[in-house]
Design a protein around this ligand. Structure first.
Ligand code: IMP
Length: 212
């Protein structure tokens, strides 16, 4: 399912006047839109895993909010595991060189895996993760991403379910960060470019290795 939300499709929603929302230019996906999309995804996943106990894999840290809400909406029995990875990027794009900071604790051979991702941008990080997990002989691997950027030059990576397709802008909230902040916003918003274009500001595409 892909609800293909673009900012222009949405009614203008004011950015709440919270300290934690400072620097957010506009709300792109509201809390209730996220809730509805997750509800729909959970119903579809319940059908898909009606006869299995999937191992649901949260890609730390960005997917933490999504994962938490998704599994609570799912009715099938499941197990959870966590991976932490870092992406090394140049100033303009992810290089796809990924380092595993925390590997899975569970054995995956013969199991059905569900990767829960926050955002697919260039697709390089996810492609790395898929290659890495496939080498361990799971029964199958599916991917659910809350957000996918509409990016013509992204690599064609496997994403089985997408909550929202968004324009190619830097977004924060609901797990997504800039410099470690904004993860606790209940909505997804577009970061004002002045936040990262200002003097001394980091470019949001990760100059340094950082956790996703
Ligand atoms: P990739 O380009 O698909 O490899 O994305 C790598 C990682 O960069 C994602 O998992 C996110 O953690 C991060 N990322 C990419 N775009 C954004 C964004 O717009 N906001 C916040 N994080 C992002």
């Amino acid at each position: 399912m892909d609800t293909s939300i673009f900012s222009d499709d949405l009614q203008a929603i004011g950015v709440p006047d919270h300290k934690k929302a400072r620097g957010v230019a506009r709300v792109l996906i509201s809390e209730s839109e996220i809730r509805d999309a997750i509800h729909t995804m959970a119903r579809e996943l319940d059908e898909e895993y009606a006869d299995d106990v999937p191992l649901v894999i949260c890609v730390l840290r960005g997917a933490i909010a999504f994962m938490s809400d998704l599994v609570k909406q799912m009715s099938v029995p499941l197990e959870m595991d966590f991976m932490a990875i870092s992406s090394y990027g140049s100033s303009t794009r992810s290089s796809g060189v990924v380092r595993i900071l925390k590997d899975l604790d569970e054995e995956v051979e013969g199991r059905r895996l569900l990767i829960v991702e926050d955002i697919v941008d260039s697709g390089l990080t996810l492609q790395y993760l898929l290659d890495y997990l496939e080498r361990r002989n799971p029964r199958d691997v599916r991917v659910v991403a809350l957000v996918k950027k509409d990016k013509p030059d992204a690599i064609p990576v496997q994403v089985d379910r997408v909550g929202f397709t968004v324009p190619d802008e830097f977004v924060v909230g609901y797990g997504l960060d800039y410099g470690g902040e904004y993860r606790n916003l209940p909505f997804i918003g577009v970061l004002d470019p002045s936040v990262y274009n200002g003097e001394g500001a980091q470019h949001p595409q990760l100059e340094d290795p950082s956790q996703t």
